[in-house]
Ligand binder design. Structure first.
Ligand code: AMP
Length: 417
């Protein structure tokens, strides 16, 4: 088999040591911070009925039209791998009943989108997301954003910036669409092919097109917000005011759009300068989702873990520092000591000490080399003489100093109270 046979599918990655150590830190920090705000974990399936996504995210969105992994299962049902977390979580919360009507939940897990892979864009990627159910409330939106910034800071990612905007309510969205379609019409010739095609259906998408010709047109357009009702603009102002009282700096960005249909009122994005072209670290927004005739409102966000890892590396975090290391390595001189070391390792491990040892009868020199390679700070050497005396040689690998200790002394030293 060529080495290609060992690679995962294009756009998907194995997350192996030592990198996985940094992932664990990122995830455990989320598990620490989010409950401070009353959020509890929820785990939903990665595979759902396709309709869960088409109804919630919107039939016409890129995610649904071009990016979902959809197939027929063995029972002839249309199913999809989740491209995002919100739709499945809302489905689950609806099914759990009325006591979940104001649920605050978070999720951590893989998402799947059949996008063209490039740096920072994968086909399987991972998100940490939250959903807080409840009707429109600028305070709830500000709290959610502040929690997200708290988490980003807890990871040690300084320099992230927050941009936000509003989608308004349903009636605003119709007015914005109509207003933009009319405002863009005289400039159609100056737009790129994509924007010309989506002009009638998705005029908002023109706002974040990177093409210089389209950008020039966008600069001349009235702001989307100008087509909205005063209440919608007041809602956004209130979110910004609340954020200021929480010490969160936010920039209102009229060009900000989000690719999913379910948003209403506040939408936002967090970017980080260490990310390069795909600089979105996270996105979020308030939404209204209709599933099986039931409308659910809430606010939530999703942070891409791959992007968090990239940003951390870009700001000087070294993956190597996250390699798991043993507290202690046991080296055996002879067969009897090898047997006794295995028993001692088991005793110490049961007491919470991370112990490494060779189980394949290697030479003392080879055992020492492995201990060194695995970064063991201390090595214990025992042979027949030490066993007879109930002692062992304890070597400090940083300075090379050795001392003779009893097994009880060794245990007392390494077992944390
Ligand atoms: P979205 O809801 O599409 O804005 O996604 C939220 C966050 O997930 C983004 O800000 C990224 O950090 C991350 N993300 C989205 N799509 C991908 C992808 N294809 N590969 C890696 N990360 C992604």
């Amino acid at each position: 088999m060529s080495s290609g046979g060992f690679l995962p599918l294009q756009g998907m990655s194995d997350i192996a040591p030592p990198e996985v150590g940094l992932w664990q830190r990122v995830e455990s920090e989320a598990r620490r911070v989010l409950p401070l705000y009353g959020f509890e974990e929820i785990r939903t399936p990665v595979l759902e009925r396709t309709s869960v996504f088409t109804r919630a995210i919107g039939e016409g969105t890129d995610v649904v039209q071009k990016e979902m992994y959809t197939f027929e299962d063995r029972g002839g049902r249309q199913v999809s791998l989740r491209p995002e977390g919100t739709a499945g979580v809302i489905r689950a919360l609806c099914g759990l009943g009325p006591e979940f009507a104001e649920a605050r939940v978070f999720y951590i897990g893989p998402m799947f989108r059949a996008e063209r892979p490039q740096a920072g864009r994968k086909r399987q990627f991972h998100q940490i997301g939250v959903e807080a159910l409840g009707g429109p409330s600028p305070a709830a939106d500000a709290e959610c954003i502040a929690m997200q910034m708290h988490l980003v800071e807890a990871w040690g990612l300084s320099g992230a910036s927050l941009r936000l905007h509003t989608r308004g309510v349903t009636t605003d969205q119709a007015a914005v669409r109509e207003g933009l379609v009319n405002a863009v019409r005289p400039h159609l010739d100056a737009l790129c092919e994509d924007c010309r095609r989506r002009h009638e259906q998705h005029p908002l998408r023109i706002l974040d097109c990177k093409n210089p010709g389209c950008r020039a047109v966008v600069d001349t357009l009235p702001q989307a917000m100008s087509f909205m009702a005063p209440e919608s603009r007041a809602y956004l102002d209130e979110v910004v005011r609340r954020l200021a009282t929480l010490g969160v700096a936010a920039q209102v960005d009229p060009r900000l759009i989000r690719g999913l249909d379910y948003y209403e009122h506040t939408i936002w994005e967090i970017t980080h300068p260490a990310l390069g072209a795909q600089d979105a670290l996270a996105g979020g927004g308030r939404y209204r989702i209709e599933l099986d005739g039931r409308a659910v409102e809430g606010v939530g966000f999703a942070i891409g873990i791959e992007r968090v890892i990239m940003a951390l590396q870009g700001t000087g975090v070294k993956i190597e520092d996250y390699r798991g290391r043993p507290d202690l390595w046991l080296v055996a001189v002879g067969e009897r000591a090898a047997g006794e070391n295995l028993a001692l390792a088991q005793q110490l491990r049961r007491k919470g000490v991370a112990v490494g040892l060779d189980t394949s009868g290697r030479s003392v020199k080879a055992q020492m080399r492995i201990a060194n390679r695995r970064g063991a700070p201390w090595v214990v050497v025992r042979g027949d003489d030490e066993l007879a005396a109930g002692r062992c040689q304890l070597k400090d690998m940083a300075v090379g100093a050795e001392q003779s200790v009893t097994v009880d002394e060794l245990t007392a030293r390494f077992v944390k109270a």
